[in-house]
Design a protein around this ligand. Structure first.
Ligand code: UDP
Length: 337
């Protein structure tokens, strides 16, 4: 049984997946405290105690664990732009590995033993087979994926040495907005497919560039496993439950097991938004595998994970509702200036 006083510390909780997870945890009565440096997060995406700060600040981390009765931690606070990680691997190892270790050390010294970690399908690199199960070889093809893999390895050794239990959730393509349209995806630099398509639908961009139509897939465009952010949030809650009863180091893919092509996503966006979405086929983006689809059997059987919002239509409808809300807010901001 959880003690009512005990809190869940969520690092990066003001970010995209973090804020949806915070919202879900609060809706089921959990007490949550967020640590976020707001480099990519939004303070208005959450409605709980927010500590603005960075994981490089060891004193702050100690103070947080001293001041609060923390039961468990969900660690989202990572740098996530693949292209940037190629240009500045130092920054990615600093933030995703070194700063992450500060968090682990603070947990260990305060005897907090449960961590859910936001890992990524990027740890697998170029697929040797699909769907990808958790035993698939792990050979990241960029520094971003490498930092996620290194951190998973650190978690294994911290368990052996210090008894820290963890669950790494290896996300496939996170997408969509909250079903009440209150929060959604909003990155400082947008590189993800669905928000970029919706920018074209909203006439903020003229054309969607589709990176490659000569892949060995049924329509020539890349296939991905799109998982709704509210289903992803549920996966974190299921992981926390498991850590209440089981000790050890665990890892799960979080996906649906179904692949959708870029063209299919664009077509659904046209249907949902009823807007013109001009496309242009352009060269492949370096490092994009043709197909990335999860084998989600392990999380389904061991954690009872059952995505309910991850059909493409619901994903696009919720992403579009959020996108339109953002546009209205920006317009209001502009008018009051
Ligand atoms: N994509 C595209 N045009 C864009 C952005 C993405 O064709 O403007 C493609 C990309 O090549 C990949 C898929 O959409 O095949 C999903 O890309 P995203 O960046 O959303 O996620 P990733 O799979 O890279 O994590």
């Amino acid at each position: 049984m959880d003690s009512p006083k005990q809190k869940i510390l969520v690092t990066g909780g003001a970010g995209y997946i973090g804020s949806h997870t915070v919202k879900l945890l609060q809706s089921i009565g959990k007490e949550v405290i967020v640590l976020d440096n707001l480099s990519a997060g939004h303070s208005n995406a959450i409605n709980c105690q927010l500590i603005v700060g960075d994981l490089s600040d060891k004193k702050l981390l100690d103070k947080i664990f001293d001041d609060h009765e923390i039961d468990s931690v969900i660690h989202f606070a990572n740098s996530i732009i693949v292209e940037e990680s190629v240009l500045f691997p130092n920054r990615y190892f600093d933030n995703n590995v070194n700063n992450g270790r500060n968090l682990l050390d603070a947990m260990v010294s305060h005897k907090v033993t449960k961590l859910v970690y936001s890992s990524s399908a990027a740890i697998y690199g170029e697929p040797h087979y699909v769907p990808i199960d958790e035993e698939h070889p792990k050979k990241p093809v960029n520094p971003y994926g490498e930092t996620k893999l290194v951190f998973e390895k650190i978690l294994k050794w911290y368990h052996e040495a210090f008894g820290l239990s963890s669950i790494s959730l290896r996300y496939f393509n996170a997408c969509g907005g909250s079903t009440d349209a209150r929060i959604g995806e909003s990155h400082p630099v947008e590189s993800h497919l669905i928000p970029k398509i919706l920018q074209v639908a909203a006439k903020q961009q003229e054309v969607l560039k589709i990176f490659g139509n000569d892949y060995p897939t049924f329509d020539g465009t890349c296939v991905r496993d799109y998982i709704h952010v509210e289903d992803l949030a549920t996966a974190h809650n299921l992981a926390l439950h498991k850590l209440d009863s089981d000790q050890g180091v665990f890892a799960y893919n979080v996906g649906t097991g179904k692949g959708r092509s870029v063209n299919e996503i664009v077509n659904t966006c046209v249907e949902v938004t009823k807007r013109m979405i001009p496309i242009e086929y352009s060269p492949r983006r370096p490092g994009d595998p043709a197909v990335l689809v999860a084998d989600p059997t392990k999380i389904q059987t061991e954690l009872g994970f059952n995505p309910i919002y991850s059909d493409v239509e619901t994903i696009i409808k919720t992403a579009w509702a959020w996108h339109q809300k953002l546009l209205v807010e920006k317009q209001r901001e502009f008018e009051t200036k």
